[in-house]
Design a protein around this ligand. Structure first.
Ligand code: KG4
Ligand code: ZN
Length: 336
């Protein structure tokens, strides 16, 4: 093709991802995850993640190249996650990207992981309209963005003030003796539960901001479980799961659709690991339809952390003609 071949490298958390794209075309996407190594700790252990990235980087790159049927020398530009994320984890991807860029004599671009979660939708649904509102929900982030252009104009409308949405799922799963990561088992359990059985608090509901809060909800679930045990009441895991999930999803979808209305935006993108949630998808579809907003949710494989999303954003950055990074590109763990 005429479009440049972009290599994308992701290592901000526990997934080592390498992807290759041309424009909106996905050529390959390989991910090595260290999630199993973190499972017994109930959350990501930074040092364990860094070591796993180091071991997985080269094999993952090789698989991605083989899959796309290209050679490293064919790559026109390299995009790497510069942040936000874990410092040691980011460093592995950035160091690898610098080495490839230097060896190949190709430009290097440091890109924002959060915006990558938005750009990846182009690989599934084609070019993004401008603007879009994006709701990013994963184990590490819960952000609402106004995206006028993925390469050049992204504004943060709101963020979680405490736990990320996925983190809340993981912590509540632990309270209910469900396995880590907690999203999928809670999603499944909730299908047999009554979401109105318990009314858990909706953090920051109607507070006039686009921020989120989930720690009060988690505490409310913990208290419910403790009280039930103390009073010898039987715990209905499906009811608790359904009621907890309704509280999370109700606030997420309400604020996302409100943001579309306030900013006159016709498209909502939902991405991140929690975008796989069946109730989030269902309620978002319903509320978007009511509000006349188009909903775009990439397939789960593209919603979770991967290298293709970084390559997809890299392709836009190259197309926008932005200047490449130099070899002193540093990670920015709290990149806004
Ligand atoms: O994007 P991701 O794979 O990794 C990052 O955190 O960046 O997201 C993982 C998170 C975990 O907290 C997991 O519990 C949650 O996404 N998750 C879900 C579902 N599948 C994964 N949460 C709710 N419902 C799901 N079906
Ligand atoms: Zn992510």
């Amino acid at each position: 093709g005429d479009l440049p071949l972009i290599l994308g490298i992701e290592s901000s958390c526990d997934e080592t991802g390498v992807g290759l794209v041309r424009g909106c075309e996905l050529l390959s996407d390989h991910v090595a995850s260290s999630v199993d190594e973190h499972a017994r700790f109930g959350g990501v252990v930074p040092e364990v993640a860094s070591r796993a990235h180091l071991e997985a980087m080269t094999p993952t790159l090789r698989r991605a190249l083989d899959d796309a049927g290209v050679k490293l020398a064919d790559v026109d530009a390299i995009a790497v996650t510069a942040g936000p994320g874990l410092a040691g984890a980011l460093l592995v991807g950035i160091s690898a990207a610098k080495a490839y860029a230097l060896a190949l004599g190709k430009p290097l671009y440091g890109v924002n992981h959060l915006v990558g979660h938005v750009a990846v939708d182009q690989l599934e649904h084609g070019p993004l309209p401008k603007p879009v509102v994006a709701l990013l929900v994963s184990g590490g982030h819960t952000s609402l963005l106004l995206v006028r252009d993925v390469a050049t104009d992204v504004m943060m409308l709101g963020d979680t003030v405490d736990d990320a949405a996925g983190e809340a799922y993981d912590k509540v799963a632990r309270l209910l003796d469900l396995p880590y990561p907690g999203g999928p088992p809670i999603d499944r359990a909730a299908r047999d539960g009554d979401p109105t059985a318990i009314r858990f608090p909706r953090g920051k509901w109607g507070d006039g901001t686009y921020d989120f809060s989930f720690s009060g909800l988690k505490t409310a679930v913990a208290r419910w479980v403790e009280d039930s045990e103390r009073d010898g009441r039987a715990l209905s895991v499906p009811d608790i799961a359904a009621a907890f999930q309704e509280s999370v999803v109700d606030v997420l979808t309400r604020k996302a659709v409100d943001a579309c209305g306030e900013h006159g935006v016709g498209t909502l993108v939902i991405s991140g690991g929690v975008a796989a949630n069946s109730r989030l998808r269902g309620l978002a579809e319903q509320r978007c339809a009511e509000a006349g907003v188009e909903l775009r949710v990439p397939r789960p494989r593209l919603c979770t952390d991967n290298g293709a999303m970084i390559a997809a954003l890299g392709a836009e950055v190259v197309a926008a003609g932005l200047p490449p990074a130099t070899l002193d590109l540093a990670s920015d763990t709290s990149l806004p």
